[in-house]
Design a binder for this molecule. Structure first.
Ligand code: ARG
Length: 285
């Protein structure tokens, strides 16, 4: 034993892993309809500013060594920037999205076409689901949200498709309508480590909360204050965690647990009810 071994770190060393993400430049971004409580069509949006802020997220990923692929934005689909909702991919198999609201429904086939054109095996969904907005991979387990968008039937479809454990979690607060607004996966590669997820306890019903507490006793509990600016809507590579710049409480919690938080400002995209994670779909090939 060397002398340094006697110092016990609060967490084992965090290791970043390069990822590949699908993004969509918000060239047609605006808020022209209201399908979540964040969206207020009467309030002005600034598309150029949205593009600028999105670019800073893109640049951040590139600087961290991640690979970014792009899907062309389609006029008339202003929410396409939130690529997390476009599908869910494990091992080269892309489970397509089937959107809840008619305003976003044309995005489903557009993303499936992109997946097919880029070498993924595409599975057409039989049930309403909004992709990685509601499905999060933690180790070998898929956490699946329901209550506002994705149906529990889609959770069954997902379990059959990937042959993995799917834990259904029910969201109860309309401000946190997708699972990725209420849970952040910090260490997606190993499912049982200290502080491998963070979440907002009050976003869930009692049974779901009990399940989360049992499965992830060392999770970070994030405040309402940080959650209300979509602080949990973040992207981690196992060490670097890209979060909303204003989520300073969450930032400190991450630092304490051995992560490296990096703040970005996506205030314009918040007007559509989305943050860092919403703009990012992981392509697991
Ligand atoms: N306006 C979009 C919607 O309501 C925002 C999607 C946010 N995406 C996410 N992964 N949470 O559908």
């Amino acid at each position: 034993m060397t002398s340094t071994d006697t110092v016990t770190a609060p967490t084992s060393k965090r290791t970043p892993q390069p990822r590949t993400y699908l993004m969509c430049r918000p060239e047609h971004f605006t808020v022209s309809y209201r399908i979540n409580p964040w969206m207020e069509p009467a309030n002005p949006t600034d598309t150029a500013r949205a593009v600028e802020q999105w670019q800073s997220l893109y640049d951040t990923y590139v600087s961290l060594g991640h690979t970014i692929e792009l899907i062309d934005p389609i006029p008339g689909l202003p929410d396409m920037v939130y690529t997390a909702n476009g599908g869910f991919i494990i091992d080269g198999t892309a489970y397509g999205a089937s959107f809840t609201y008619p305003e976003r429904q044309p995005e489903g086939p557009a993303f499936m076409q992109w997946f097919a054109d880029h070498g993924f095996d595409v599975v057409e969904p039989k049930n309403i689901n909004e992709g990685e907005g509601d499905f999060l991979l933690v180790g070998d387990t898929i956490l699946a949200g329901t209550g506002f968008r994705s149906t529990t039937d889609s959770h069954k479809e997902l379990a059959d498709l990937y042959g993995r454990e799917v834990l259904s979690l029910t969201l109860t607060n309309p401000n946190f309508y997708h699972l990725d607004t209420a849970i952040s996966v910090l260490d997606p590669l190993t499912g049982d480590r200290d502080a491998n997820i963070a979440y907002l306890p009050s976003a869930f019903d009692e049974a779901s909360l009990a399940l989360l507490e049992e499965r992830y006793p060392n999770a970070i509990h994030v405040s309402e204050e940080d959650s209300r600016i979509l602080g949990l809507n973040s992207i981690s590579d196992g060490y670097n965690v890209v979060i909303a710049k204003r989520a300073t409480g969450f930032e400190a919690q991450l630092r304490e647990r051995g992560y490296n938080p990096i703040g970005v400002d996506l205030s314009e995209l918040l007007l559509g009810g989305g943050g860092v994670k919403c703009c990012t779909l992981e392509l697991r090939r």
